[in-house]
Every structure is written in structure tokens, then in C-alpha cells.
Design a protein around this ligand. Structure first.
Ligand SMILES: NC(=O)C1=CN([C@@H]2O[C@H](COP(=O)(O)OP(=O)(O)OC[C@H]3O[C@@H](n4cnc5c(N)ncnc54)[C@H](OP(=O)(O)O)[C@@H]3O)[C@@H](O)[C@H]2O)[C@@H](O)CC1
Ligand SMILES: [K+]
Length: 508
């Protein structure tokens, strides 16, 4: 697991380390600058022109220190100061004084045109950026990016990217590499900041582990080693040992979503998967996935809410150890009865997706059935319908939107986008770092619900299953992309990749 921080949390880590632990600010800064210097020398020769754009805060101070290291090592470096010197932080003034005494070339402002820059070190704004960039700062950013530096290293975070949301604050400087300090910032994990940051290197500059415990960040992501969280399968077991997944899914002419979700639940390790669907789907699903148990109903009975239908549905809910509600249900009138009955009769984890969510959006009173057993998996459009907010606004505030909705109802909300975030019902927030655009395909969401169901069926706790499921789903996409590229992925192949991930996991 990797901790992530907002700008504010990072400042508190700095502060704690400096004030409580006693490591001087300039010592941290020296290590930060050294990390930037080490990256810089990988990209230029001593004769290449290097520019270091510096703001007047501590991000700028990092930049000046890195410039001094390059200068002492014989590189051709020019420090460009933006903003007012006299407003500079004390570290900035110290670094500037050292740079001047060591003979570093320093200019104030930027007035040259059509000159070459082999490497730009961007130290204009770090986590201190807290408002829209205007005036002189905006001008200098435009002029410098207009010179098209061959390679850019961002110090801590690309200048102009908000460290909490990844949003562009008026303008931003795109980087080829971002050297960030201590912990990765949310702003480099979320789009468009993720794209501006490109490759992110997290440099250890000496923050002691207690500093992150002290600030108690709720944000985290996973990496490869975290697949170890997948429950082991003991030898002395049977199909009942690994949980029973009930999929309430599919409608007339829509069986694909139910199939994909069921397949993924089995591939992830569930012992038994049952699909509760309309009679019209019985044959096709039995043919496509004979391993699944099919229980069917007539939509007319669901519409009338007949006693037999209710009884049948209650029996399925009692049988299940986890329920998926929604894939391919459609939006016919009877679906409301179906969704309501499942929500009312389920006492196990329920993953609500797709038309399950659209139904709740159409009948908001159904949120009255939400319990801490509920995991919802909306994409942006579904989230917009649930909250009444515009997609564009949600996109800009992914974490905040998911968090607010999850907290309001005490549920887990997995908000799916190019970077999926999961506001867990134990207050932690997972920000996904796996996955790629080849997964933007029909059916990929159904595979996710199946993976989540499989993990829950095997006994993983709701919040852990939610985060791990999202991670595995993206990892499957990344593995597939490595083998076959960007374009041709089919959703079912994600389920096949899960198979390979689990096999590797067993080997380790
Ligand atoms: N010891 C430490 O603490 C360590 C810190 N480290 C480094 O420090 C960085 C954080 O430094 P920081 O807090 O000084 O803020 P920074 O990002 O440089 O911003 C500068 C100032 O810009 C201003 N400003 C904001 N928005 C603006 C706008 N739109 N347009 C114009 N001005 C604007 C605002 O000042 P204001 O104008 O509000 O007074 C703000 O204070 C961090 O990212 C890391 O690189 C590392 O070395 C590790 C050790
Ligand atoms: K920066």
C-alpha cells in the first residue's frame, strides 16, 4: 500500500518533521534538491543549456538549490526568478544568497525569445499553489513553455496543477518527469495532473514514518505486492467454502452483462455463481456459462409483484453471501419492484451497478434501503443521475463527489473514471493507479462487479474488497495491454487476465 497526500497534509508532514522531530527545513530541502539534481544529470550534457524556473516559495528554493548543484558540477545553468524576490520565503532567500555566492547565473523575469533550452527544471509552484494563476506568473509560464524545452523535470508537482484535485489553475507546465518528495500527491494521480506529471518519481528525503502516522492520511493506492491481500484457498475446502454470488442481472435481449459479471466472479475465485434473470435469458446463459446456476422469473410477475415472485426472490437473497444488483437489468417498469425487493431483503454485501443505480436515481426514496453493506459502482453519467450534478463538475471533483455521497449514506462508492476512486465506508479513500484507456469498452464495468463479488464471496471485508477489486481490474487491463496493445481488448479478456494474476500470486 502507498500513502497519498493532499497539499495540506504534505505541509503538515513537513511541519511535523521540522518542528517535532527537529530535522531542519534546509536539510530536507538539500535532499529534495539532490533528488532533482540526480534526475537532471540523466537528461543533459554539461554543455546543454539548463533553465531553472523558480517561484518565491520553497518550491522555488528547491529549484535554486538544484541549480547550484548543477552549477558546481559544471553544468550550464540559468536560474529564472518569477515573482517578487522580497516576498520570498526565508529558505528561498537563503538559497538565493548561496547561489549568488557560488556564481550561479540568475535573472529576474523572462524576456528572451527563440532561445534553446535542453532541460527545464520547473520550480515555480509546488504544493503552495492555492489560487488561479494570473498576471506576470501566467505570462512567464506561457513564454517559457512557448520556447519548447526539450525535456522538463517538475519539482514536486508540475506548476499550475492543484495538489489535491489535479486540476489546472489557469495554466500548467507539462513535465516529462516529476520528482516528488516523500509521498505522492493526489494532484499527480488525478487527471489532468496525471498527464502533466508523466512519470512520477517519489524521492525519499528523510521524512520519518511517524510523520505520516501523525497526519493520518485517508488516501492510499495499491501496487503489485498488494495482490497478496487476495485470500488464500485452503486445500481442505469445497465450493461452499468460497462463497455464493447471486447476480440479479439481465433482461430480454440483454444477457451479456450478466454473463461477464458471472464469468469474472468465477475467475476471481467465487465457489458458486447463480444468475437470477428473466426467463428469456435462461437458455442463452446456460449455453454461454454452464457453470452458473440459472434461476429465472417472468417480468410480468415482477411487475405485478406476485407472491410467488417475491418468495422466489427472498429465497435467492437468503441463499447468497454476496449480491450483484443491476448489470443489464434495463429500465422497464418492473425493474423498480425488483431492485426494491432485493434491497429490502438482502442482509449480505450488495454491489449495485448500472440499471440498479439508474433505478435508484429515478426513485430516490430507494436510498432509504442503503446500509453499510452497500457498494455502488457508478460511472460519471450514473453518478450525475444519482447526485443531480453535472458530469463536468463531477469530473473535476472526483474524490469529493464520491466521498460526499458515501458519507451521506454510510456506503462505499466506487466512482469509475480514467482514474477510479473509491470512497470506502471506513473513511479511507482509495485512488486507483492501475488501468488504461484500452479498458474504456462496453462490458468492462460488468467484469468489475464480478471481481468485486468474487473477492467479497471469498470473505474479504467490504472496503478491502472494493479497493483491491478496482486495483485488480486495472491490473488485468494493464497486463492485456502489454500483450496486445491499446485497441482490441474485449471485456471478457479482463476476466481471463485475472486468472493469470491469481496464478502468479499462487506462485509467489
Ligand atoms: N521545509 C519544507 O517545508 C519543504 C518544502 N519543500 C518544497 O516546498 C514546496 C512548498 O513550498 P511553499 O509552501 O512555500 O509553496 P510553493 O508551492 O513554493 O508556492 C509559493 C507561493 O506561491 C504563492 N502563490 C500561490 N498560488 C499563487 C498564484 N496562483 N499566483 C501567484 N502566487 C501564488 C503563495 O504565496 P502567497 O502569494 O500566497 O503569499 C505560495 O506560498 C513543496 O512543494 C516542495 O517543493 C521541500 O523542499 C521539502 C521541504
Ligand atoms: K513545480
Amino acid at each position: 500500500m502507498r500513502y497519498l497526500v493532499t497539499g495540506e497534509l504534505m505541509k503538515r508532514v513537513d511541519q511535523y518533521t521540522i518542528e517535532q522531530i527537529g530535522i531542519p527545513s534546509l536539510v530536507l530541502m538539500e535532499r529534495a534538491a539532490l533528488a532533482v539534481f540526480k534526475e537532471a544529470v540523466n537528461h543533459v550534457k554539461q554543455t546543454d543549456p539548463v533553465w531553472v524556473l523558480c517561484g518565491s516559495g520553497n518550491n522555488g528554493a528547491d529549484g535554486i538549490a538544484a541549480a547550484r548543484m548543477l552549477h558546481i558540477s559544471g553544468y550550464k545553468v540559468l536560474v529564472i526568478l518569477a515573482g517578487k524576490k522580497e516576498k520570498g520565503s526565508s529558505e528561498y532567500l537563503t538559497q538565493l544568497s548561496i547561489a549568488e555566492k557560488t556564481g550561479v547565473d540568475v535573472v529576474e523575469g523572462f524576456s528572451f525569445k527563440a532561445v534553446e533550452c535542453s532541460l527545464l527544471i520547473d520550480a515555480l509552484f509546488g504544493v503552495g499553489l492555492d489560487r488561479e494563476i494570473l498576471g506576470g506568473h501566467l505570462e512567464i509560464m506561457k513564454s517559457i513553455t512557448g520556447c519548447r524545452p526539450e525535456f522538463t523535470i517538475a519539482v514536486d508537482i508540475p506548476s499550475g496543477i492543484h495538489s489535491d484535485t489535479g486540476q489546472i489553475m489557469g495554466a500548467a507546465i507539462p513535465a516529462d518527469v516529476t520528482v516528488t518528495f516523500g509521498y505522492e500527491k493526489l494532484g499527480t494521480m488525478l487527471y489532468p495532473g496525471k498527464e502533466y506529471s508523466k512519470q512520477v518519481i517519489v524521492a525519499d528525503i528523510g521524512f520519518p514514518p511517524e510523520s505520516i502516522n501523525y497526519v493520518k492520511t485517508e488516501y492510499f493506492t495499491f501496487h503489485k505486492a498488494d495482490t497478496a491481500l487476495i485470500p488464500k484457498r485452503p486445500a481442505y475446502s469445497n465450493k461452499g467454502s468460497f462463497g455464493k454470488v447471486l447476480l440479479v442481472a439481465g433482461s430480454k435481449n440483454m444477457s451479456g452483462a450478466a454473463f461477464l459479471s458471472a464469468l469474472a466472479a468465477y475467475r476471481t475465485g467465487a465457489g458458486l455463481v447463480k444468475i437470477f434473470t428473466v426467463e428469456e435469458n435462461r437458455e442463452i446463459l446456460q449455453t454461454e456459462l454452464p457453470e452458473a446456476v440459472i434461476v429465472s422469473y417472468h417480468s410480468s410477475d415482477a411487475e405485478k409483484k406476485t407472491e410467488n415472485f417475491e418468495q422466489l426472490l427472498i429465497e435467492q437473497c437468503e441463499w447468497a453471501s454476496v449480491i450483484v444488483l443491476g448489470p443489464g437489468l434495463g429500465q422497464a417498469d418492473y425493474v423498480k419492484n425488483l431492485v426494491e425487493s432485493v434491497l429490502a431483503n438482502a442482509y449480505v454485501p450488495v454491489i449495485v451497478d448500472a440499471d440498479g443505480l439508474n433505478t435508484i436515481a429515478s426513485y430516490p426514496e430507494l436510498t432509504g434501503y442503503y446500509t453499510d453493506n452497500i457498494i455502488i459502482t457508478p460511472h460519471l453519467g450514473e453518478m450525475a443521475r444519482l447526485t443531480g450534478s453535472a458530469v463536468e463538475l463531477i469530473k473535476k471533483h472526483l474524490i469529493q463527489t464520491a466521498r460526499e455521497y458515501a458519507d451521506r449514506f454510510g456506503i462505499t462508492c466506487i466512482l469509475k473514471d480514467a482514474v477510479t476512486v473509491a470512497a470506502l465506508n471506513d473513511q479511507r479513500t482509495y485512488v486507483n493507479s492501475s488501468g488504461n484507456s484500452s479498458m474504456a469498452k462496453a462490458g468492462a464495468g460488468d467484469v468489475l462487479t464480478g471481481i468485486l463479488a468474487g473477492l467479497l464471496a471469498m470473505g474479504l471485508e467490504g472496503p478491502d474488497a472494493a479497493a483491491l477489486g478496482v486495483w485488480l481490474h486495472g491490473l488485468a487491463g494493464d497486463m492485456r495491454k502489454k500483450k496486445y496493445g491499446d485497441y482490441s481488448l474485449l471485456a471478457r479478456e479482463l476476466a481471463d487476465e485475472i486468472d493469470i494474476i491469481l496464478k502468479e500470486q499462487m506462485r509467489e
